[in-house]
Design a protein around this ligand. Sequence first.
Ligand SMILES: C[S@@+](CC[C@H](N)C(=O)[O-])C[C@H]1O[C@@H](n2cnc3c(N)ncnc32)[C@H](O)[C@@H]1O
Length: 268
Amino acid sequence: MNPSSFGPGFDPNTPNAARMYDYFLGGKDNLPADREAADKVLRFVPEIPIGIRENRAFLVRAVRFLADQGIRQFLDIGAGLPTQRNVHQVAAEHAPGSRTVYVDNDPQVLVHARALLQDSPQVLVVEGDLRRPEEILADPALRRHLDLGRPVAVLLLAIVHFIRDSEDPAGVIAKIRGALPPGSYMAISHVAVDERPQAAPGVERVYSGASAQFVARMSREIEPFFDGLDLVEPGIVNLHQWRSDLPVVAPELDRIGAYFLCGVGRVR
Ligand SMILES: C[S@@+](CC[C@H](N)C(=O)[O-])C[C@H]1O[C@@H](n2cnc3c(N)ncnc32)[C@H](O)[C@@H]1O
């Protein structure tokens, strides 16, 4: 990755949450500071790359499920750096003509997303911060691209664990849910530390110096984020247990407790 592509004001020494995620996924869009911080996280939780691959596999299954429900509009908040099988590509396979908006608050993610994802008139990339959901939903470009009077699927995948309790993640999710018409859906995935509570402070410490700060939560703290949604089967489960008709990345995950929860719910 060439840091000069990010323009002035870019600090290559601050670990970036999106690029650390790219490194965990085996990507090339990361810099030494990202790799150093990610390697520290891996010392606390060596199985992170498995969880992240499962998260991307959940994304594919969730988008396919939503397309089968008739959803043709997708709003992916905290989209991350482009990787393989992004939301609009999966949507195009199962529901041609679907429209997708990618939102992120990271300027470097936006540069890459605009270059690589906005490859068709069905795709739009906008800057936005999940902590200010009203601004995202009021964005004029987003509203030209999506008809918020018709069902939309909002994806909050591996982003809510970057929202502090003091920033009211449950309230943020409720505001989005309340703005969506009936028949819309929300899909959420969130790291759970039930299996390794002792590793949580170390991981939080590494991310405290990064572009987004990880918040360690137990499953009992994550489940209320789905309140007010009619959960589709199988409810709130570990990623690999959600409608996985594809080969599971790591079957040994079945033997452990909550490590990365997900669910999809319908808006009433
Ligand atoms: C770990 S990546 C997840 C990418 C993708 N959603 C996935 O599940 O594969 C988290 C992304 O959320 C973005 N992010 C973190 N906090 C955010 C916020 N408050 N508003 C918008 N985006 C945010 C980061 O910049 C990063 O791109």
